[in-house]
Ligand binder design. Structure first.
Ligand SMILES: Cc1ncc(COP(=O)(O)O)c(C=O)c1O
Length: 389
């Protein structure tokens, strides 16, 4: 036995990915022409798998804000906020996020992944209980596991299944955190948050919602699925990322509970990593400003999402259960998915290859994520290329 033996499965996986053409894990964007188009293998390629929902990565004001911060404050913070101090922009962004989510407290992390680890490990300890949606993102699962709390999964988006789990907890329900997402990233379906809020109130539990894919996408003001379903003020902890609709990097938690302010003293993924750089803070702040002041971005996003979903549905593809900016096409099997993914790439369309075990029900999907930056012609081309599969 050697330390390296455990990589046999990864080696086999890697070899299996490359045998039909390009390995989806090794795609290189040789150039970026816009938020919606890049160059892959020397070919102009429509980017339909970026999570760049509002297309802000190429927004000129976001870029200008980042450049100004680079020039005035340098390339990095070179340390953590606990040990090396905060920059004014960290606190300013936290105040803006608290205001945006209409709650008293917010906290910034270096990535969305770190936000989930940081919040869950601060909030939960041995003896506490987590009820986790079965399709929750790996970062939520990892954070729960690292916390030492007892983890029980309930069926994805299933109110009855959650209710049964809560009933079984009896007195322990008051030490329970329910962990779900707003919009789920693989199929683009949304959690029934109003029902989940009613349950957590009935049993005296708390609720954390990861709105990584829903901020900037759902809700009258783009605050996410909790806003869209009218329960924003009832959710205990909202977590999210700056790496999707805000087009930058970093993560956050917003909460109406002032205990969030104490997470800074106990959350290791906050304390023992460098704080986000000045340029990242500046582009994120400007992107949040754009999200707030340009609702037309969200409107265009939804027009595009509807066009793609309806177009692919008409062609007979099996799609996720609801229209959203994530349009997942279910494939017959893994081999078909890999072959079709390659065919799309050769035709100048980049989508995400989603294979088990990272997928619901062990199925394989070609996942498209649509942006406000896509033109109607680009959406038509994507549909046409799917038709040719
Ligand atoms: C639901 C969810 N939470 C958290 C994350 C992590 O965010 P980040 O990429 O900013 O680390 C992701 C990223 O894909 C996600 O989909």
């Amino acid at each position: 036995m050697s330390l390296f033996d455990k990589f046999a499965a990864a080696r086999q996986l890697k070899e299996g990915l490359a045998h039909v053409g390009t390995d989806p894990t090794e795609v290189v964007f040789e150039a970026l022409n816009s938020a919606a188009e890049g160059v892959v293998k020397g070919r102009r390629t429509i980017l339909a798998g970026t999570n760049n929902y509002l297309g802000l990565t190429f927004d000129k004001d976001c870029i200008a804000a980042g450049v100004a911060a680079l020039e005035s404050q340098g390339t990095g913070t070179t340390g953590s906020r606990m040990a090396n101090g905060s920059y004014a922009a960290h606190g300013a962004l936290e105040a803006e996020l608290a205001d945006f989510f209409q709650c008293a407290n917010a906290m910034v992390f270096s990535t969305g992944y770190a936000a989930n680890l940081g919040v869950l490990t601060a909030l939960l300890a041995k003896g506490d209980v987590v009820l986790l949606d079965a399709d929750a993102h790996a970062s939520l699962y990892d954070g729960c596991r690292m916390s030492g709390a007892d983890i029980f999964r309930f069926r994805h988006n299933d109110v009855k299944s959650l209710e049964r789990r809560l009933e079984r907890l009896k007195d322990r329900a008051s030490r329970c955190l329910i962990v779900v997402e707003g919009m789920y990233s693989v199929l683009g379906d949304c959690a029934p948050l109003a029902e989940f809020v009613a349950l957590k109130e009935r049993f005296g539990a708390r609720l954390l919602v990861d709105e990584a894919h829903s901020v900037g996408v759902y809700g009258e003001h783009g605050r996410g699925v909790a806003e869209a379903l009218g329960v924003l003020d009832k959710v205990d902890f909202i977590v999210g990322t700056f790496s999707k609709s805000l087009g930058a990097m970093g993560g956050f938690c917003a909460s109406r509970h002032d205990v969030l302010g104490l997470f800074r003293y106990v959350s290791r993924p906050f304390m023992f990593t460098a704080s986000p750089s000045p340029a990242v803070m500046a582009t994120t702040r400007e992107a949040l400003n754009q999200l707030r002041t340009r609702p037309q971005l969200r409107e265009t996003l939804w027009v595009n999402a509807n066009r793609l979903y309806n177009g692919l549905q008409k062609l007979g593809f099996e799609l996720g259960p609801e229209i959203s900016p994530v349009v997942a096409v279910r494939c017959k099997d893994r081999e078909t998915a890999l072959a079709q993914w390659n065919q799309l790439l050769e035709a100048g369309i980049y989508v995400n290859m989603m294979l088990p075990p990272a997928t619901p029900a062990g199925a394989s999907f070609l996942r498209c994520s649509i942006s406000a930056a896509h033109t109607p012609e680009q959406i038509t081309t994507i549909i046409q290329k799917f038709k040719e599969l």
